[in-house]
Design a protein around this ligand. Structure first.
Ligand code: FAD
Ligand code: UQ1
Length: 468
């Protein structure tokens, strides 16, 4: 397989991970610092040495956005808490829209996991392969078992690129096919945009739940604007083929986006779900869900794909999930519906809201509060209103900042109409959110903007009624 920037980034991060900058110079050896030594002098997480069986008070599975945020909040538990996370890289995925749009470098989205996880807890660098919640235990790919008193599941959502025939082949071999959803393919988007000389620029949205439901169209607006600045727009059709029946789930923002689509002469085909790509013929085939899945071929000159997604396979085959495969939680307490010592947050859950980092931020504070209460023998309190947010970037300087709750009613932080394209909200997305993420959320100090909403609305902001 050819080396691309993904492999180079992996290698760079691996080298970074091997370099232990916080170990005093005199102790730095030319060889690898033994984990025990690194542990005592470094304040960065170091993968735990292999242990056949171990027991923790709290085990968090997944050290991405939600898992790391909860781990930071539980860092005072020290070695009574463990995070199971296989990857040595942690990604700030929301910035990939701007990476794909050529507005930020990929490097800004990635940090070594060891720098992001709290050093006080145990990092088990492995994958969970089997859950046994009836025995309060789980199995790792090494074959080792981990026991827990309390479990937090934060495994994210699985990208199912292989479910679209020919897609992986096209992503590997056709420079005109890209996808912001994977660290492997996001760096193809901007070069593909630059190489586009006219024809059909097609953007897809699959027939499954996905993370950040706005991202498939954000990259379309950035591309459309780019094509205007390079003079290619007149020879091109910008097409959004979405399996959904609406442009966005919240009416207020959908109405605003419809105006953007009309003013920018973008063609939207609803109920069109990508089924295959033939990159040699430069053709993408869609099923028309409104016409008995009739197949509709589209020639493409640039294709940005949002892949089908589903719950991680290991969860699907566990007893932790509902019929859809999602970790089955009480939607207001984040406690499992069947196992009272299990909690969950983020994209792998049944919570009927938009799968976003913003939602995970709001969830992590509530999860921490309820987990702590249950650990003290108290009941979990219904607190989560389904808050989620999606900064809908419509150009390289403007954004519609969608914020809403379980009822799909707007729940806006700023005391101005966020359904309007604004420079201010673009600035928040591009410059303020990354700082909030790395400096506050990953350190356990960001539970979403609810407090600011109350202050900025002088205590008059709407609050959602939490029905059981
Ligand atoms: P993740 O952050 O994906 O973490 C899951 C972790 O679980 C990973 O580290 C993974 O390695 C680990 N894992 C998986 N399987 C196992 C296993 N078997 N054992 C142990 N660990 C495992 N959100 C916003 O709020 N605003 C935005 O503007 C925004 N834009 C986005 C744009 C793009 C292109 C993308 C891709 C996402 C965007 N998001 C946005 C969504 C946001 O990134 C996710 O919703 C968020 O990261 C979810 O957090 P999570 O912890 O559930 O999952
Ligand atoms: C947010 O809290 C968050 O989590 C860090 C995001 O993820 C990147 C977001 O994109 C947004 C919009 C929020 C919500 C925060 C504010 C201030 C509106």
């Amino acid at each position: 397989m050819a080396w691309n920037s993904f492999h180079i980034t992996k290698l760079a991060a691996y080298c970074l991970a091997r370099h232990q900058p916080t170990v005093p110079l005199g102790l730095r050896s030319p060889t690898i610092v033994p984990p025990a030594l690194a542990c005592s002098y470094s304040n960065e997480a170091v993968p735990r040495a292999r242990q056949a069986n171990s027991k923790y008070k709290v085990v968090i599975v997944g050290g991405g956005t939600g898992g790391c945020a909860v781990a930071a909040k539980l860092s005072s538990l020290g070695k009574f808490c463990a995070v199971v996370e296989p990857s040595d890289l942690h990604y700030y995925q929301p910035i990939w829209t701007l990476v794909g749009g050529g507005l930020k470098g990929f490097q800004s989205s990635v940090r070594p996991t060891r720098e992001v996880l709290p050093s006080s807890i145990d990092w088990i660098q492995d994958k969970a392969v089997k859950f046994e919640p009836d025995n309060n235990s789980l199995e790792l790919s090494s074959g080792d078992k981990v026991q827990y008193d309390y479990l937090v599941v934060a495994m994210g959502i699985q990208l199912d690129y292989e479910k679209v025939d020919g897609l992986l082949d096209a992503l590997e071999n056709d420079p005109a096919v890209a996808s912001n959803y994977s660290p492997r393919w996001v760096n193809k988007t901007f070069p593909a945009m630059q190489e586009f000389r006219g024809g059909n620029a097609i953007f897809t949205y699959p027939n499954t739940p996905i993370k950040c439901a706005g991202a498939p169209q954000k990259i379309m607006y950035l591309t459309e604007e780019f094509l205007r600045t390079t003079g290619v727009r007149e020879n091109s059709n910008v097409i959004f083929n979405t399996a959904m029946g609406v442009i966005f789930g919240v009416k207020k923002y959908a109405d605003a986006l419809q105006k953007v689509i009309q003013s920018r002469n973008i063609q939207v085909n609803y109920k069109h779900s990508l089924v295959s790509v033939d990159h040699k013929k430069k053709t993408a085939i869609f099923a028309n869900l409104d016409k008995d899945n009739e197949l509709v071929p589209f020639e493409y000159d640039f294709l940005h794909v949002t892949p089908p997604m589903s719950s991680p396979d290991v969860l699907k085959k566990s007893t932790l999930v509902n019929e859809g495969g999602w970790v089955d939680l009480n939607k207001h307490t984040l406690q499992h519906t069947k196992y009272s010592n299990v909690f969950g947050l983020g994209d792998c859950t049944s919570l009927p809201t938009s799968k976003t980092a913003a939602a995970a931020a709001a969830q992590c504070g509530i999860l921490h509060q309820n987990l702590t209460a249950v650990m003290k023998g108290k009941n979990a309190t219904p607190l989560y209103d389904g808050y989620a947010s999606c900064p809908l970037i419509t150009s390289r300087e403007k954004c519609i900042l969608a914020e809403f709750d379980y009822n799909l009613e707007p729940l806006e932080t700023l005391p101005i109409n966020q359904g309007v394209e604004r420079r201010l909200t673009y600035g928040m997305k591009a410059y303020i959110m990354p700082v909030i993420y790395w400096q506050a959320m990953m350190k356990g100090r960001w539970n979403g903007p609810a407090m600011f909403r109350k202050i900025l609305h002088l205590g008059m902001s709407r609050s959602t009624k939490l029905e059981a």
